[in-house]
Design a binder for this molecule. Structure first.
Ligand code: ATP
Ligand code: TPS
Ligand code: MG
Length: 387
């Protein structure tokens, strides 16, 4: 018989969770080369509050996941959900140019949730936090009608100023570390009933891809793995603006453009965006059930989005991978910026666009165009949007 939260009660469940998130059980990972011993945690979870040593300026951010709105319980196991909850918060820390240090997590749980799911959630959260260099400092438990995971994360600026959304200047270059669009493709696959590890030969034939390529797209939705260290790296390299792409390339760059009083032009034919489009095409083909060899012939006749169009929609409007978008001054960035090995960009970043002046005063501030064509500012995700 499955052991459920209601069988254990609050203290019983907590006794299961606490050992799993113990900072000593999740030592610094390879991505935490500069953390001091125990990450500055003087007292971890278990008392009324945690105690941390926090020299210098700190960043603080919070982000929640709500069952039915941000995920479905049967899409994956608790581990993936824990990773996602940590990732979306640690990415916001990194998007200020800060180094993640800690997080607290508040769980709302229906009584029928299996204890194993909650244990996996706690382990996944702590493991992903450790990958980003952060420790789980504490949390709270409550009963709820649906699963909610609310995380607050902390980060250290290590003596640098924060990199906000408002520093982009005309002439600057826009670069991406990590990915965009993949989690959105994964979401559509999940909504269509596909599950990781269950793509058969027929699916792969339609998609024109190996099963692992489709699994990876679902993985990007269920358990995104943003490049946290790229945030502080960008800050050290002189980034003028930073944001994590949570709501889509166009929408999030629109936020940078609006805050900075500039326009941004996305280069759809940049190597990074072309490569990402190619990764999205198999899912677009599968969901549109267009075989690769039929694609060209079909394209003109189809009223629905062609696979190319669908992939582009995900590319431009799909957040949740939490890739990091950074704006760098072009000075010192050679013409070939964005090609592998370019010394003036931090490793992991590739050029995807540039910053332009908002002509007509501020009227154009915040505008984002793709290959010269103004983009729909509402192409990305928004909670509460009708229709
Ligand atoms: N309920 C709230 N009360 C106070 N401030 C809020 C509230 N909700 C959002 N904010 C603030 O508004 C700003 C934008 O929030 P939003 O969640 O859109 O962006 P974000 O934090 O980058 O999230 P994400 O990267 O997950 O999309 C943030 O500075 C956030 O702290
Ligand atoms: C069941 C289900 N429906 C829709 C979505 C899509 N979704 C939810 S939140 C979000 C953007 C980031 O949100 P926030 O700004 O709150 O961090 C997106 C694209 C999903 N993941 N699961
Ligand atoms: Mg953000």
């Amino acid at each position: 018989m499955t052991l459920r939260c209601a069988d254990l009660g609050e203290d019983g469940l907590l006794a299961r969770i606490l050992p799993l998130v113990d900072p000593d059980r999740h030592p610094p990972g390879p991505e935490r080369p500069f953390a001091e011993a125990r990450g500055g945690v003087l007292l971890g979870p278990g008392d009324d509050a945690a105690v941390v040593r926090a020299p210098g300026d700190q960043v603080i951010t919070t982000d929640m996941l709500v069952e039915g709105r941000d995920f479905h319980r049967d899409w994956g196991d608790g581990t993936a959900l824990g990773i996602k909850a940590a990732a979306q918060n640690l990415a916001d820390v990194a998007a200020m140019g800060a180094r993640p240090t800690g997080l607290v997590v508040a769980l709302g749980l229906p009584g029928d949730v299996p204890v194993a799911f909650v244990e996996n959630l706690a382990s996944g959260l702590a493991a992903e936090a450790a990958r980003g260099g952060a420790a789980v400092l504490g949390g709270d438990l409550s009963g709820a009608g649906e699963i909610t995971v609310s995380v607050t994360a902390f980060g250290a600026l290590d003596g640098r100023p924060p990199v906000t959304r408002s520093g982009a200047r005309p002439g600057d270059l826009v670069a991406l570390a990590g990915t965009v669009g993949r989690a959105a493709a994964g979401l559509e696959l999940l909504l269509a009933g596909y599950r990781p590890g269950a793509f058969g030969e027929a699916d792969c034939g339609l998609a024109g891809a190996e099963p692992h390529a489709l699994d990876a797209l679902i993985g990007a939705q269920l358990s995104p793995r943003p490049p946290y260290l790229s945030g502080p790296e960008a800050a050290r390299a002189g980034a003028r603006a930073l944001i994590d792409a949570s709501d889509g390339l166009v929408q999030d760059l629109g936020r940078v453009a609006a805050a900075s009083g500039v326009r941004i032009e996305i280069d759809g034919s940049s190597p990074a965006l072309r490569a990402l489009t190619a990764e999205l095409l198999p899912a677009a083909r599968l969901l549109g059930t267009v075989r690769p060899e039929e694609e060209a012939a079909d394209e003109a006749a189809r009223e629905d989005a062609t696979p190319q169009e669908q992939a582009r929609r995900w590319l431009l409007g799909g957040g949740e991978d939490h890739g990091l978008l950074a704006v760098f001054p072009a000075t010192g960035t050679p013409e070939h910026a964005g090609t592998p090995g370019c010394p003036s960009l931090p490793v992991g970043f590739q050029i995807v666009g540039r910053v332009l002046a908002a002509e007509d005063g501020q009227a154009q501030a915040g505008l984002v165009s793709v290959d010269g064509v103004p983009a729909d500012p509402h192409s990305g995700f928004s909670h509460f949007r009708q229709g």
